[in-house]
Design a protein around this ligand. Structure first.
Ligand SMILES: O=c1nc[nH]c2c1ncn2[C@H]1C[C@H](O)[C@@H](COP(=O)(O)OP(=O)(O)OP(=O)(O)O)O1
Ligand SMILES: [Mg+2]
Length: 209
């Protein structure tokens, strides 16, 4: 974890690899970087497989993913580890948010299924509070990493609404709003999301002029 008191390392390179295989996240990360890096590629384009996410926190998993891609490519890399923590489920699924989307029949990830799992496990529990969390880790080939974490709080709603975004977006209504992330244009989500919150911190540490 980045020590806020330690001096941050600035990113001055011209090529950064996004250490993700998620087709929803990669364009969000590219948009949030807003042209700060001339060349962006993804782990998919470099043929780097998905590492096993064995960390016990978002931060540990983000660093693990970024280090894995940096070691495989020799290039600096930026990873995102994120998820949704539900109040009425004691913080679950949390770092296991992607795993909750894996169907028992082995057919891969299905977020309609994941959202239904959350609804069933909540049952009649009235606590529908939730927070999305995003850890971002930027790692260099010498092993140095700068890591930050962001969040947004909200409430879960059923039935799911909207087709924009990805993952659990159609059941998450951010506090102070009435539409789900699934009903918002990406620019509106980027104005408030956990990923945007983490990006503001990362930009301040590593990309500020
Ligand atoms: O903005 C979001 N809107 C909706 N759902 C979200 C969001 N952000 C994370 N999530 C959920 C779904 C995702 O699958 C999981 C993250 O799991 P996580 O392991 O970090 O990502 P992943 O496996 O999908 O891609 P990768 O590890 O290659 O970056 O949490
Ligand atoms: Mg993952």
């Amino acid at each position: 974890m980045t020590n806020a008191a330690s001096p941050a390392r600035r990113f001055t390179g011209d090529h950064l690899v996004i250490a993700s295989h998620n087709k929803g996240k990669i364009p969000e990360i590219a948009a949030l970087l807003e042209g700060r890096v001339p060349r962006l590629t993804s782990a998919v384009e470099h043929g780097v497989p998905e590492p096993e996410e064995t960390g016990d926190s978002y931060i540990a998993n983000a660093e693990l993913k970024a280090r894995f891609v940096t070691e495989a490519t020799g290039l600096p890399s930026l990873a995102d580890d994120s998820g949704v923590s539900v109040g009425g489920l004691g913080g679950a699924p949390g770092i296991y948010s992607a795993r909750w989307a894996e169907k028992p029949d082995g057919s891969g990830r299905d977020f309609a299924y994941a959202m239904e799992q959350v609804r069933l496990k909540l049952g009649d529990n009235p606590d529908r509070s939730a927070r999305f969390v995003c850890a971002l880790s930027l790692c260099w080939p010498d092993g140095h990493c700068e890591t930050v974490e962001g969040e947004i709080r909200g409430q879960l709603v059923w039935p799911a609404r909207g087709t924009k975004g990805f993952g659990y977006d159609p059941i998450f209504v951010p506090d102070g709003h009435s539409r789900t992330f699934g009903e918002m244009e990406s620019a509106e989500k980027h104005g408030m999301s956990h990923r945007a919150d983490a990006f503001h911190k990362l930009v301040a540490r590593c990309f500020a002029p």
